[in-house]
Design a protein around this ligand. Structure first.
Ligand SMILES: Nc1ncnc2c1ncn2[C@@H]1O[C@H](COP(=O)(O)OP(=O)(O)OP(=O)(O)O)[C@@H](O)[C@H]1O
Ligand SMILES: Nc1nc2c(c(=O)[nH]1)N=C(CO)CN2
Length: 156
């Protein structure tokens, strides 16, 4: 059984409702147990000009392996209306695997920890509300320490 941290984001459609529905959907998914879920934060977009986001994080327990979980999350993004065009395009749903136990994976299609997570306040702030002491397996710093190191502000 592994513990995963997952980041959710949405900035197209009724984002608040979409995130709620996705968390409910995941909580009922076979072999996935929802452990915790953060508050939702409205955040200014990082990157190209586009609508503001709702972001949150969850932790789950699952016997599903990381590669299979990525495939499942990809299909859930599709089910909730994600159309993939360019990188960083506005989207109804983005699901990123942030952490899996103390595991490090570095393949072309899957990197864990998520390489961008420690730079993103819209990830670290919600994650810190549910997993502040989780140690990043590469930097060895906790989620809280990474959050404290970020100076920019994009939370509304
Ligand atoms: N830990 C991970 N979680 C989710 N996707 C990942 C992960 N590691 C690698 N990927 C890969 O990243 C690819 C691009 O993902 P996506 O289209 O969601 O990027 P993005 O959200 O636009 O940008 P970013 O990657 O900066 O969040 C996916 O096809 C997936 O194979
Ligand atoms: N505030 C915010 N900005 C973003 C986000 C996101 O989830 N929230 N996701 C991006 C691509 O993954 C790019 N920029």
């Amino acid at each position: 059984m592994a513990q995963y941290a997952i980041a959710l984001g949405s900035n197209l459609g009724n984002s608040y409702t979409i995130l709620n529905k996705v968390i409910f959907f995941l909580s009922r998914y076979p072999d996935i147990g929802l452990a915790s879920s953060s508050p939702f934060y409205q955040t200014f977009p990082i990157g190209p000009k586009q609508p503001s986001y709702y972001n949150c994080c969850i932790t789950i327990n699952s016997s599903i392996n990381p590669k299979k979980l990525l495939e499942i999350l990809f299909n859930i993004e599709k089910k909730f209306g994600r159309i993939r065009n360019k990188r960083w395009d506005a989207r109804t749903l983005d699901l990123d695997i942030l952490l899996c136990n103390e595991l490090i994976i570095n393949t072309s299609s899957l990197q864990i920890p998520h390489p961008q997570m420690i730079k993103r306040k819209f990830v670290l702030l919600p994650l810190c509300t549910i997993a502040s002491t989780w140690k990043h397996p590469i930097t060895k710093k906790t989620v809280k320490e990474h959050l404290q190191a970020i100076s920019y502000e994009n939370i509304m």
